[in-house]
Design a protein around this ligand. Structure first.
Ligand code: HEC
Ligand code: HEC
Ligand code: HEC
Length: 272
């Protein structure tokens, strides 16, 4: 409850500031002419195979149709919504700038933004650095366990790895690589890859994990990062959820303007 209250407060404050700025910007902006309509690009479109056929389902209801065979609208929204460039990744230098994008993890983590600010801030006797672990012997940590229940019985590495193998010692809002350098929570592949090199290579090659977006090999793609699927704190918890992060469902796709529901989709245009 308290955690929620803090988050709401922080968000509230930031939201207020943002609103003020955007309102000021809006006022200063000169009225723009309506931009010419960009041609609709189909998600996962491929010349000759899954091209978009733009038509109106009803007047004013433009479809976004990817399959000329079934007529099904496969995707209304934009697969790149909410994504940012992946950042530097050894082995992926040949991907054109901005063509490898990811959804940042940090915005999904409620505690993380506060770790290095509210508690592990290097100030006060109860806080880091005086309480830095002196050895790597796992000890119970009731405060952390209360906040993140999976930490009560860390199921990763069979008792051979511990918090500081993954989290940066002094910068608690960062992960850590083998050199002790900070790694962003948005680039977990750089953390996981330091121990799971084989999986990192498979992921880079598109054998492990998932990517969506343009079919062309040089096309823009959203890459799913390791922590979008794996919960790092319980990868080996067989009984409960088999070590996978519990996915938050994506919001339902946005319907074209004016359309109230997508029940027309249930009528299969091809009898079978
Ligand atoms: C195998 C690497 C690894 C180990 C070991 C590990 N963590 Fe984490 N931890 C992560 C990663 C990666 C994330 C971000 C997860 C995500 O993006 O969903 C994270 C997230 C967190 C968070 C933020 C959760 C939130 O919802 O904001 C806390 C707190 C945390 N870890 C504490 C700990 C503590 C305490 C330990 C030791 C008992 C520990 N972790 C052990 C990798 C690890
Ligand atoms: C410090 C080294 C280290 C880091 C960093 C690390 N792991 Fe692990 N991981 C291990 C070890 C050790 C095991 C246990 C292997 C065993 O004993 O079966 C393991 C096990 C796993 C397993 C279960 C494997 C299996 O065979 O069932 C998964 C999945 C996994 N890790 C994913 C990740 C992900 C995702 C990350 C990044 C968030 C990560 N690991 C970071 C060392 C690491
Ligand atoms: C789209 C989801 C997804 C992403 C992204 C993903 N994984 Fe996995 N991973 C899986 C699934 C599903 C399995 C289980 C496969 C199986 O049981 O055969 C798995 C298995 C593993 C295993 C255990 C393999 C074994 O031999 O049992 C490791 C280690 C692992 N992943 C590490 C990673 C790392 C490191 C990354 C990021 C570079 C990553 N994964 C990204 C879904 C994902």
């Amino acid at each position: 409850m308290r955690k929620l209250a803090i988050v709401t407060l922080v968000l509230g404050l930031c939201g207020g500031a943002f609103y003020a700025v955007s309102a000021a910007e809006k006022a200063a902006e000169p009225a723009k002419e309506a931009a010419p309509k960009a041609p609709v690009e189909c998600f996962e479109s491929r010349k000759g195979a899954s091209e978009i056929t733009q038509r109106d389902i009803k007047p004013g209801w433009p479809n976004v149709k990817c399959s000329p065979k079934t007529g099904a609208a496969l995707w209304y929204g934009d697969p790149y919504d909410g994504t940012v460039p992946m950042g530097k990744m050894p082995g992926l230098e040949n991907i054109p700038e901005g063509h490898a994008v990811i959804k940042p993890r940090s915005e999904k983590l409620a505690l993380m933004p506060m770790c290095g600010v509210s508690c592990h801030n290097g100030v006060g006797p109860a806080f880091n650095p005086p309480t830095l672990p002196k050895d790597k012997k796992p000890k119970p940590n009731p405060t952390m366990e209360a906040m993140v229940p999976d930490l009560a019985n860390l199921q990763h590495g069979r008792g051979r790895i511990w918090c500081m193998d993954c989290h940066h010692t002094t910068k608690r809002n960062m992960l850590v690589d083998h050199f002790g350098d900070p790694v962003s929570f948005d680039q977990p592949q750089l953390l996981c890859g330091k121990c799971h090199g084989d999986k990192l290579r498979d992921w880079r090659d598109g054998i492990h994990g998932k990517r969506i977006g343009s079919f062309a090999s040089t096309g823009k793609k959203r890459w799913f990062t390791c922590t979008e699927c794996h919960n790092p704190h319980n990868v080996q918890d067989g009984a409960r959820n088999r070590g996978f992060a519990q996915l938050q469902p994506e919001p339902s796709p946005q319907l074209p303007r004016g359309m109230k529901d997508a029940s027309h989709e249930k009528l299969h245009p091809i009898p079978h």
